[in-house]
Ligand binder design. Structure first.
Ligand SMILES: Cc1cc2nc3c(=O)[nH]c(=O)nc-3n(C[C@H](O)[C@H](O)[C@H](O)COP(=O)(O)O)c2cc1C
Length: 187
């Protein structure tokens, strides 16, 4: 079942990126860069699967602020809540060789993570097809997704897709965190 879901997920990405013509994908799709931030590894796990499936390049955005431990969590939660930005590395990666950018982020207090919001804020995405991919505990409401799409649109990008992986599942009415291996669904 997992294999089927992931295969469908990657096929949808192919179709979206290639403008609906899967056969023309290899010729016309252009290069894809996956830009990600991941604090606890969930987002990265999904990105690694995507990287393999799409033969894309992978670029980590590092948050230069220490987010570890309880204090790190609190700063992350409050910083995110109040829309703060941070120092990241790299700040302005060279994306000139890529037509498609997948921006991957955990969701923090209903928003893209601080590092990824900073990355979007500091760069332009003109003429790029952008897909947002998030990992969350609870599914994002459409109005929050739209806010995230608008961040990219304001920077010139065309948002052609939005995908989520849930890091939590419900078993016997109990909310349980998925393991990294469960998130890293192998096609
Ligand atoms: C500071 C902070 C705030 C979070 N806020 C939310 C939230 O508002 N909604 C949600 O569904 N998950 C929230 N989460 C959970 C993460 O989105 C989820 O665990 C995600 O898969 C983590 O991805 P990562 O392992 O790549 O960092 C939050 C996590 C952190 C650390």
């Amino acid at each position: 079942m997992k294999r089927i879901i992931v295969t469908i997920f990657i096929l949808i990405l192919f179709v979206v990126i290639s403008g609906g013509n899967v056969c023309a994908q290899e010729k016309d799709m252009g290069k894809t860069l996956i830009v990600y931030y991941s604090l606890s590894g969930n987002t990265l796990a999904g990105c690694e699967v995507l990287q393999k499936g799409l033969e894309a390049d992978l670029l980590e955005i590092r948050d230069l602020k220490n987010r570890s431990g309880k204090w790190g969590f609190l700063c992350a939660a409050f910083g995110s809540l109040f829309g703060r930005l941070t120092r990241i590395d790299p700040e302005n990666p060279d994306m000139s060789g890529y037509e498609n950018i997948i921006i991957a982020s955990p969701i923090w207090t209903g928003k893209l993570s601080i590092a990824i919001r900073t990355f979007i804020d500091r760069n332009r995405f003109d003429k790029k097809k952008v897909i947002l991919y998030t990992t969350t505990n609870a599914a994002e409401k459409e109005k929050y997704k739209e806010k995230n799409r608008n961040l990219v649109r304001e920077k010139g990008g065309e948002v052609v897709g939005y995908f989520q992986i849930l890091a939590r599942k419900i078993v016997d009415d109990e909310k349980i965190l998925r393991t990294i291996d469960e998130i890293r669904l192998r096609p």
